[in-house]
Design a protein around this ligand. Structure first.
Ligand code: AKG
Length: 252
């Protein structure tokens, strides 16, 4: 898939790019089945570092995400290496995209949203240049089920002090005057967004799940950083933080 010059310019100006209908209905159905398989698997227990739970208003707690997921899921491993994702990234990076991180977020009905943040905040030991995530839409996303919202053109610099691992405060968001664009997506769409692109999402107030797969890619010039990233991740999580502290730090 070749990006047009206009799409490349849009990426540079906005810090994100929405590409509709990249994966077919049959491929999306395979991702649905894979989500069901993973959620019913032995991966779901409190001591599994990759399985993150979140409080839920009626269910007590629910699986928020598996992070990473490609090492236990042939379906998501194949999606992460699909040329329909890698080709556009190669054009945007002018370099080989290499998988840096990957997760699947479930966001079932009633699940909480995510405060305003830039993903790079949690990846500060890695270079932000050409470090971007791809959101692969497994379900449709809209205002009711907690669509991803982005602030276009604000991906030029970190918006929180270096060394502070946190989302932006309401006061910081207000002072920056960020403007928000909800990027509604259909199953099979992808959304590429820069690691410094500010984003947020609301509560899923609908009766529909909003499942999304997020592979992140670094640029080949930095070498393969997947293992280094997860070592860094473990270092944070294994420092003995309580669940409340992890939630507060919003560990990636
Ligand atoms: O899936 C969402 O609604 C947002 C997730 C997110 O921003 C993140 O994991 O960094």
């Amino acid at each position: 898939m070749n990006l047009t010059t206009e799409q490349v310019e849009q990426w540079r100006a906005q810090g994100y790019l929405h590409l509709p209908a990249v994966f077919t209905a049959a491929e999306v159905a395979a991702m649905h089945a894979e989500c069901d398989r993973l959620l019913a698997s032995e991966l779901v227990h409190d001591d599994n570092l990759r399985t993150r739970f979140r409080g839920h208003p009626t269910l007590g707690k629910v699986v928020e995400k598996f992070d990473p997921v490609t090492d236990v899921s042939p379906v998501f491993a194949a999606v992460a290496q699909d040329p329909r994702i890698l080709d556009p990234l190669r054009r945007l990076y002018d370099d080989e995209p290499l998988l840096f991180k990957d997760k699947v977020i479930f966001k079932p009905p009633g699940a909480a949203g995510y405060a305003v943040h830039q993903d790079w905040t949690w990846w500060q030991v890695f270079p932000p240049q050409n470090l971007a995530s791809v959101m692969v839409a497994i379900d449709a996303a809209d205002a009711a089920n907690g669509v991803l919202e982005l602030a276009p053109g604000r991906h030029q610099r970190p918006l929180t002090p270096i060394g502070e691992l946190r989302s932006l405060t309401d006061a910081e968001v207000a002072a920056l005057g960020l403007e928000w664009v909800p990027v509604e997506t259909q199953p099979g769409d992808i959304l590429i967004f820069h690691c410094l692109a500010p984003h947020r999402s609301g509560v899923n107030t609908s009766t529909r799940s909003r499942r999304q797969f997020y592979p992140t890619y670094s640029a080949g010039c930095h070498g393969d950083l997947w293992a280094a990233h997860y070592e860094h991740y473990r270092w944070y999580v294994e420092r003995g933080l309580s669940e409340a502290e992890r939630e507060r730090l919003f560990l990636k």
